[in-house]
Write a protein that binds this ligand. Structure first.
Ligand SMILES: C[S@@+](CC[C@H](N)C(=O)[O-])C[C@H]1O[C@@H](n2cnc3c(N)ncnc32)[C@H](O)[C@@H]1O
Length: 207
């Protein structure tokens, strides 16, 4: 399904496309450990966040997505910008199956967790996140907020408030910043998002 979306729509026709990933970059710079730390953008697709981080000197950026054409588009954009290819890793996988041999300092998810509408999927996501983040690591998650759309690309979503997101990931994660913001789609409509920045406890029991 997602592959077909990327094959049939250019960046300007996808509702989630941002001019610039401003909230994400600001949160990463405010709360992350700097360009030395590894970053994973789950369901990052062809988003320009990876490019923005590579522009800023990040050395270890991974983007995971289930749609291969999205990652091809991203790789082409990165090459065009002259980034060192070894700094960007792209992985075709479902975030719920993602099982790399390392942990990350930063986990970023904009507009992916909200597609997990079943409690069992949400629990699996939380388990993946907890085990793939370094202790003390930063998780940034953005979903449609309670006054946001009820679906995206024909798929239902679960809308979350900032409080409900923070509560869902507690107590292993401490909420360090929350806010809401409006995304204006390329077609001109407004989508309210809930954003949370969470810190994984240094003592969380992970596997
Ligand atoms: C609404 S788009 C958001 C893309 C990007 N995060 C952004 O902010 O521009 C959702 C993305 O998540 C990907 N996706 C959806 N479900 C996924 C899953 N279970 N695992 C990995 N990627 C997924 C889609 O292919 C798509 O690229």
């Amino acid at each position: 399904m997602w592959t077909a979306v990327y094959e049939s729509k250019g960046p300007g026709q996808r509702s989630w496309t941002q001019q610039s990933p401003d909230e994400s970059v600001r949160l990463i710079e405010a709360h992350g450990a700097g360009p030395e730390g590894s970053v994973v953008d789950v369901g990052g697709g062809a988003s320009s966040l990876a490019l923005a981080l590579l522009d800023r000197g990040y050395r270890d950026v991974t983007v995971v997505d289930i749609a291969p054409p999205a990652l091809s588009e991203l790789r082409t954009a990165s090459t065009t910008r002259g980034h060192q290819t070894t700094r960007l890793t792209t992985v075709v996988n479902d975030v719920l199956e993602f099982d790399p041999p390392k942990r990350f300092a930063i986990w970023h998810d904009r507009a992916v967790f909200h597609f997990l509408v079943e409690p069992i999927q949400q629990a699996r996501y939380r388990a993946r996140l907890t085990s793939l983040l370094e202790p003390g690591g930063l998780a940034i998650i953005a979903t449609f907020s309670p006054d946001g759309p009820t679906a995206c690309s024909g798929l239902p979503v679960q809308r979350w408030s900032t409080n409900s997101l923070a509560e869902f990931f507690a107590p292993e994660f401490e909420s360090i910043e929350t806010f809401t913001s409006d995304h204006v789609t390329p077609a001109g409509s407004t989508q309210p998002f809930s954003w949370v920045a969470l810190r994984l406890s240094n003592t969380a029991i992970t596997q």
